[in-house]
Design a protein around this ligand. Structure first.
Ligand code: RUB
Length: 323
């Protein structure tokens, strides 16, 4: 029989898959929290049973969404902290490791924000895409430094996470101009920075983020607007050091078709033999279109991010939940 996973693990995995919990850092935090709960409540009868239960919990969380590497990085980090001879020792070491991970994540985001804020001058206008807590941390720190910042917020179809960004910025009293994605090039003339987050960063400095980021970066380059990527080191994708590529999640047709009853515009409601709907959730921005990757360890030109990756991950072989 496969080992039981705690109902909290199951609920968290479902929330991640259905995007009630979303965004790379938030997903990592929620996964670590679920593993901590699973560890604390484990009624495993032996250390081996505890370990295999933890692996099953990590696998359940891992299989939810493929693109944000912060998820497997979080799972690996927590599982590597399982330490002890007895179930009781394993329970407390694993829970403590998960809780340390969550604290580090929060601190890294705050530190990254301070570094990113140094790039923003008083009076700057920032264009955003999607909703990134790492990117917002830079704006928050700039505001704390007493700088006035304004934002042009891209709606970000199909799920409109730009609205979450706009809401947060308004809470901080930042003046916001909300635009549809197609208006981005026109409004780049009014922007001093493009500021986005990342789901994964590859060894060559490519940035994997919400679909539309790459086109925005190309337009920004053409307009001479610098592109700044705010990404904690948890977003660095260790497998890309050995030639693996990052899987791009394909989401449901429904997000693109007019199946929303509230929509007053009639349109296509289903795909058929001659109508294909494609809905990739992320895209890849090549390093030449990125000016700086801001991490909690400092800012890097994308081409040099691999040195930081080697330092942080060394040689990673296999995944602990596959043991
Ligand atoms: C979210 C997204 C965000 C990154 C970074 O995509 O692309 O830009 O995850 O976010 P989705 P953060 O809504 O599909 O999860 O900085 O909060 O980790």
């Amino acid at each position: 029989d496969p080992p039981d996973v705690d109902p909290v693990v199951d609920a968290t995995a479902t929330d991640i898959a259905e995007m009630r919990i979303r965004g790379a850092a938030t997903i990592a935090d929620a996964a670590a929290e679920a593993l901590a709960t699973h560890a604390k409540r484990s009624e495993a009868s032996s250390p081996e049973a505890f370990r295999s239960g933890m692996r099953a919990a990590a696998r359940r969380l891992y299989e939810t969404r493929p693109t944000a590497v912060s998820l497997p990085n979080a799972l690996r980090y927590v599982l590597q902290g399982m330490d002890g001879e007895t179930v009781a020792e394993l329970r407390s070491s694993t829970a403590a490791r998960a809780e340390a991970f969550r604290r580090d994540l929060e601190q890294a985001q705050a530190k990254l924000g301070e570094i990113g804020a140094n790039r923003l001058r008083d009076g700057d206008v920032v264009m955003t895409h999607c909703h990134s807590t790492d990117a917002l941390s830079c704006i928050e720190a700039a505001l704390e430094d007493g700088k006035h910042v304004e934002a042009i917020v891209k709606e970000t179809r199909p799920r409109k996470q730009g609205h979450i960004t706009a809401e947060q910025l308004r809470e901080w009293d930042v003046p916001v101009t909300l635009i549809v994605d197609n208006a981005a090039r026109r409004y780049l003339d009014d922007a001093d920075h493009v500021l986005v987050g990342a789901d994964s960063i590859a060894a060559d400095g490519s940035v994997i983020n919400k679909i539309g980021t790459s086109g925005l970066a190309v337009n920004a380059r053409e307009r001479g607007v610098p592109v700044m990527v705010a990404a904690q080191t948890i977003k660095l994708h260790p497998d890309t050091m050995t030639g693996h590529t990052v899987a791009i999640e394909m989401r449901e047709e429904n997000e693109v078709l007019s199946t929303d009853e509230r929509s007053e515009i009639t349109g296509l409601e289903e795909a058929d033999d001659g109508l294909i709907v494609e809905n990739p959730a992320f895209d890849v921005t090549p390093p030449r279109h990125v000016d700086a990757i801001v991490t909690e360890r400092g800012q890097f030109p994308p081409e040099s991010i691999v040195t930081l990756m080697r330092e942080l991950f060394g040689e990673t072989i296999g995944e602990p939940w596959e043991a």
